[in-house]
Design a protein around this ligand. Structure first.
Ligand code: MN
Length: 294
């Protein structure tokens, strides 16, 4: 019984979609305020408070705890500490924060460079790849296929920008990409931020396993009409993972000088909320940002 309820929740009704668009607008406004607080050289706590003020949310009614990460903190995937200390320099800012309307959540991540050209180049490349991944969201497409394609696209960026001197295909094959992109491409979104039925085989239940070597993927289904999922690729400079990779045969294929230089920026993640339809995607998040820019 519960399984058929979960199954039904994957397909969003017009009412649910309307609430998710409103939840997006609410978050987008607050993302803009947070970016301004970053540009004004605030602390993580200052930025977080700017976000709360603009969203009208309290800490306890946010759909999830904001990730407000300056500089190298962006490399901590679930960074939950909001430091009141203003850092000596502002290099980068990663914010993963949502909002809620009538119980429906938005879940949005943006990454900003303060001035650096080299890091901005990485942000721009992840952003461009993310848009291409979003364009794949449509009815009948396998979500794990989008995840696997994300690895290839992140590998191309790592090769193009000179982080790794391996072919993108070899990087994916040897799982070198998992050092830089160690999480899944996203998850179903709805009443819960990590919504139900991501692995469900049918309305009766069942479990669709993750592809081998991808233990953090949070959805294995084929997209149906009016499913809403997140698309959130990233590239991070995570010390512990880099050290492990350094000790393997692939360590010699990494440009360590460049990687060392990038550590103070933490990492990049760009996350949108996208609705699948047979006619193509509706990108709730990009629409939301475009609307406030207009
Ligand atoms: Mn997410």
């Amino acid at each position: 019984m519960i399984n058929s309820l979960y199954w039904g929740r994957s397909t969003k009704t017009p009412y649910e979609l309307a609430n998710m668009r409103l939840a997006t607008r609410r978050a987008v406004k607050a993302h803009r305020a947070a970016e301004q607080a970053f540009r004004a050289r605030g602390s993580e706590l200052d930025i977080h408070r700017a976000y709360l003020a603009a969203s009208g949310h309290n800490d306890f009614d946010l759909p999830y705890t904001n990730i407000v990460a300056l500089n190298e903190h962006g490399a901590t995937l679930h960074y939950q500490y909001q430091s009141a200390e203003v850092p000596t320099a502002h290099h980068a800012f990663l914010i993963d924060a949502g909002a809620e309307v009538n119980g429906y959540a938005s879940d949005i991540t943006r990454t900003y460079s303060f001035v650096d050209r080299e890091f901005q180049e990485l942000v721009d490349a992840v952003d461009a790849a993310q848009l291409e991944l979003c364009s794949q969201v449509r009815t009948g497409v396998s979500y794990p296929a989008i995840h696997l394609d994300t690895h290839l696209r992140m590998a191309r960026i790592l090769a193009d920008q000179g982080y790794v001197t391996m072919s993108p295909e070899a990087m994916v094959e040897s799982r070198v990409t998992s050092t830089f992109f160690p999480h899944g491409v996203g998850h179903p979104l709805g009443l819960q931020v990590h919504d139900v039925a991501g692995f469900q085989e049918s309305e009766h239940g069942g479990f669709i396993a993750r592809p081998d070597g991808h233990p953090f993927l949070r959805m294995t289904r084929t997209l149906g009409e009016d499913f809403v999922v997140t698309i959130e690729p990233g590239i991070y400079f995570i010390d512990t993972l880099l050290k492990k990779l350094a000790a393997t045969e692939h360590g010699k294929s990494l440009n360590w000088a460049k990687i060392e230089r990038m550590k103070k920026f933490g990492g990049v993640r760009i996350e949108d909320n996208v609705r699948a339809m047979s006619s193509g995607p509706e990108n709730l998040t990009r629409d939301g940002f475009a609307e406030i820019a207009a």
